[in-house]
Design a protein around this ligand. Sequence first.
Ligand SMILES: O=C(O)C(=O)C[C@H](CCCc1ccccc1)C(=O)O
Ligand SMILES: [Zn+2]
Length: 337
Amino acid sequence: MSNTLPSEDGGKEKYDTSGFRKYNIPLEQVPKFSHDDPRVDEYISEMKPVLITGSNLIESAMKWDLEYISEHMPSSNLTVIISKDHNFKYVNEKKLPQGQMSNLKPIHTRWSSMTAREFLQKIKSWKEGDERLYLQQVLDSSVGPQLVQDFLHFNWEWAKNKQRIHGWGPLTSNLLLISMEGNVTPCHYDEQQNLFVGIRGFKRCILFPPEQFDCLYPPPVSDPHDRQSQVDFENPDLKRFPKFSEARGMEAIVGRGDILYIPLYWWHHIESKQNDDYTVSLNFWYKTKPTADIEYPLKSHQKVAILRNIEKMVAEALQNPDEVAHLMRALVLGRYT
Ligand SMILES: O=C(O)C(=O)C[C@H](CCCc1ccccc1)C(=O)O
Ligand SMILES: [Zn+2]
């Protein structure tokens, strides 16, 4: 059950955020509406986050806890990320320096695979100081016939309706997420529309709109941590990242059966409630349709896409990522400033 009742005015009630980390960031509440409230589609069409309650989108997955998964896919090896602390910062392996530099491989998080039962045993016997685990498995035929059956029984009518009326592209993937209490996925953005569903436990999501790109300082596009903020929310370095002090966020608590719409290019920081049981969530990532006829004024997420393309073009033209900053400074400093 969700932790506050959907109220008529939607989104004004405060979420119960006890058990989540406190950051020095001003936060507004993401509005919360029942799945059949017309305001849900108003927010999605304006590409603004909204928390949707009471939908039966994944009714058949509400029984997906580690016992059930262990029982129905006893031998499957699932993808598990292991981290030295509670932060699970995603690394794009394809963008890691190859060859002799490979000793720069990230020592912070690494990928492993294990059965659901092994994962359950490891998190049950976990104690302070141990490495932390986060199961992140793409739903594909490898999850076995029972979970595929459950997947086929999702309320695809509802999901397809959203996809159609909001002009989304195809569903690209569903990521099954089983997190230890207290794990954090640091602030990043994705280039897809996302219906993020709670199955078990509570997750708190902090969101920032794409236009706050200059407050959140992602690394170069060629960096393994592409699309992720370089700012450590627990200890922000305001000398390196001064505009982070201007960041203004939104907050939602995703409970059992809740769906958080995370618009594409919106920044999001997600954590599982501390000192609570493990959490289970499932996301639905949709490509967005290529912009047929461009409308002005451009939306902020389109300007972020332009920035990404410029970075890629300049790096490609120079054939050397290290020269990009110098050329871009020469373009702007003293000329466009
Ligand atoms: O659904 C989303 O978009 C989330 O960020 C959910 C997040 C885990 C996502 C891990 C990840 C981040 C970037 C690229 C690939 C995988 C969580 O719930 O902890
Ligand atoms: Zn994400």
